[in-house]
Design a binder for this molecule. Structure first.
Ligand code: BGC
Length: 468
């Protein structure tokens, strides 16, 4: 008799979708500011330094939220922690929308950032813990994709509210609505999460074995599948999470953390979020003046970001991580160099240069979305020894947000200091240099078990060889 292959049940997709909403909110909050900032700057008459603070306050909040989430999700459980973040999302979005001054807007964005940080840590953790093995990969990819979809939805809603919507007799420029409307998906996530079960792995961790089994039954796993999941959880729990201890006693763990931290710094220094946060302004520099043109250009950037993510999803397990990273970084380096060159050619008086400049910007996005965007998160989830995984992921995720904040805050200053063209030439050069880092330090982890990676790391092999 051939074994019956069971299709994952509705509840599994419901869980995946609801938890991935956290990714959507992450994307919405990252994307929303690009379309809003021009109007915020006009209403509060603030200079670029203060605008940099408005942009980066959310990111500093996310750093804080990430550091907090290990504690919260361990003490209260993954589900309650996601619920807490949903409440902060709702409250934070509303506070941003009604902020009477730039100072309170900065405070509200910081608060919202805490929700983004908590969600960016807890939702993928929850997903990886609750997904049955056969759909785990696709559930986690869904989360990544949701971030890019969130960004594009924010760009679209910004475009509508910036140019077309008439509210209270005024057409366009409704930045308060742009920020406030995110409370709606946040409230939907809150309601959805109320129906989600707790993570079985966390229930085990806290000694509630029967409740964990009940969760699997609710997901309609059969007895054999439940037994396999339970065995896997029990095995993994034999390894006590002793992150700080391990860090003190085992230099190999420190090396892995160095790699994860380095990769996340690299991801942010590619310049991706320069585009995510300041796209309309960069498009204006390329000669696309006028809110409407700037906004539609920004939407195009967001759509390209979503579509090119599928390249990574399709090839990451077939071609491997490193070939895709090389291809992506060569593309990004060349594209940024081209953007810089166009900007140095007096683009303001040469409107015909605008289109090739935008084409180069889009090419940069393709390079990022097919490589550094998803794959750096993948590698960071693979390189830490089990006993230090929580701490390792906390370090690398927090680094991502810190580097993100620094870029968000200082990009406009660098632009003033070096000029438009040279800033992008610099980004091109930086992307090219990162290729050397991959050659020297990054392992190929395609098709290698996490146990094998851990054994190689502990045996002291050079980082680039721990994937063999
Ligand atoms: C990065 C974010 C970025 C997003 C763009 C993510 O992988 O961590 O900083 O905004 O990709 O799609």
């Amino acid at each position: 008799m051939t074994p019956q292959v069971k299709k994952p049940r509705f509840i599994v997709y419901f869980i995946g979708f609801t938890a991935a909403l956290a990714g959507l909110l992450f994307g919405l909050d990252v994307g929303v500011i690009s379309g809003a900032s021009k109007f915020i700057q006009a209403e509060f008459t603030i200079d670029d330094n203060v605008l940099g603070l408005v942009v980066s306050a959310l990111l500093w909040g996310a750093v804080f939220g990430t550091l907090l989430s290990g504690l919260l999700s361990n003490k209260f459980g993954r589900r309650k922690t996601i619920l807490i973040s949903a409440v902060i999302f709702v409250v934070g979005s509303i506070l941003c929308a009604i902020a009477p001054s730039e100072h309170l807007l900065i405070v509200a964005r910081f608060l919202l950032g805490i929700a983004v940080g908590v969600a960016s840590f807890t939702a993928p953790l929850y997903l990886s813990e609750i997904s049955p093995q056969r759909v785990r990969g696709s559930m986690i990819s869904m989360y990544q994709l949701m971030i890019t979809i969130g960004i594009v939805m924010a760009f679209l809603s910004d475009t509508y509210l910036a140019s077309y919507a008439t509210i209270g007799g005024v057409t366009g420029g409704h930045w308060r609505w742009m920020l406030g409307v995110i409370a709606v998906p946040a409230a939907i996530m809150f309601l959805g999460v109320l129906f989600l079960p707790e993570s079985p792995r966390w229930l085990f961790l806290k000694g509630f074995k029967e409740r964990a089994v009940a969760v699997f039954q609710r997901m309609h796993l059969d007895d054999a599948e439940i037994a396999a999941e339970v065995r896997e959880i029990e095995d993994s729990l034999k390894v006590k999470q002793g992150g700080f201890n391990l860090l003190r006693t085992n230099p190999n763990f420190a090396r892995a953390i160095g790699l994860g931290v380095g990769l996340q710094v690299i991801q942010q220094l590619t310049g991706i979020n320069v585009l995510m946060y300041y796209a309309p302004r960069i498009l204006e520099m390329a000669g696309f003046q006028g809110t409407e043109k700037e906004m539609w250009g920004t939407v195009l950037i967001g759509v390209t970001n979503v579509l090119a993510t599928f390249i990574a999803i399709a090839f990451v397990d077939r071609l491997g991580r490193k070939p895709i990273m090389y291809a992506g970084f060569v593309t990004m380096g060349l594209a940024m160099a081209a953007v810089g060159t166009f900007f140095n050619m007096d683009i303001e008086n040469n409107p015909s240069l605008g289109y090739p400049a935008v084409a180069a910007l889009l090419l940069f996005i393709v390079g990022f979305a097919m490589s550094a965007g998803p794959i750096i998160w993948v590698i960071c989830s693979e390189i830490y020894p089990l006993a230090g995984r929580d701490l390792g992921v906390t370090f690398s995720t927090a680094t991502n947000w810190i580097a993100n904040a620094i870029v968000g805050q200082y990009f406009l200053n660098v632009l003033l200091l070096l000029g438009n063209g040279n800033t992008f030439l610099l980004l091109g050069a930086v992307n090219a240099v990162f290729i050397v880092f991959f050659i020297l330090f990054v392992p190929e982890t395609k098709g290698v078990s996490l146990e094998k990676i851990e054994a190689n790391l502990r045996a002291g092999l050079p980082l680039r060889k721990i994937g063999r």
